[in-house]
Design a protein. Structure first.
Length: 161
């Protein structure tokens, strides 16, 4: 077997790196890049992109339960709670017991949290504008559409079939 590596390894044809064709690896790599870019734009607010997403989702949902918030972000309850800890510590978010069911905790923005949301949303718009400019508005819209499908129950069911 004519290879430079001795007889321990058979001749292998040249092949692309396996991870370059892995959908999961490519998506995670892109998410890390995008997260860093959005973090940099959001830095003046003192929030990371992940924290901005949480605050925005709480704002959009109004007064969600922990479960509603977790489900809306496709997170489990413990990860959601862990992610909220810095926002609770900084008094941007508070948890309160639901008056109708004392076992349920609701997540609300504090007045400081609402102000931080308003500050962060302005910076987020800058990041969105940069994204749209770099990718192009049509490609950006198609990407969001595809990513929404990947996050859907329809895709999950098709993948698991």
């Amino acid at each position: 077997m004519g290879n430079d590596k001795g007889d321990c390894e058979p001749d292998m044809p040249a092949r692309p790196a396996l991870l370059s064709s892995c959908n999961n690896a490519c998506l995670r790599k892109a998410a890390r890049r995008l997260g860093k870019l959005y973090d940099a734009v959001l830095e003046p607010s003192g929030l990371k992109a992940t924290q901005s997403i949480l605050i925005t989702q709480i704002h959009d949902l109004g007064d969600p339960t922990m479960a509603e918030l977790a489900n809306s972000l496709l997170m489990d309850l413990s990860a959601t709670r862990h992610s909220l800890d810095p926002l609770i510590r900084d008094r941007l978010v508070r948890l309160r017991v639901d008056p109708r069911d004392r076992r349920v905790k609701r997540v609300t923005l504090t007045p400081t949290g609402v102000a931080k949301f308003k500050e962060a949303i302005q910076l987020w718009r800058k990041a969105q504008d940069r994204f749209e400019k770099a990718l192009g508005p049509d490609r950006a819209a198609r990407l969001r559409s595809e990513l929404s499908f990947l996050a859907s129950e329809e895709f999950k069911n098709a993948f698991e079939a």
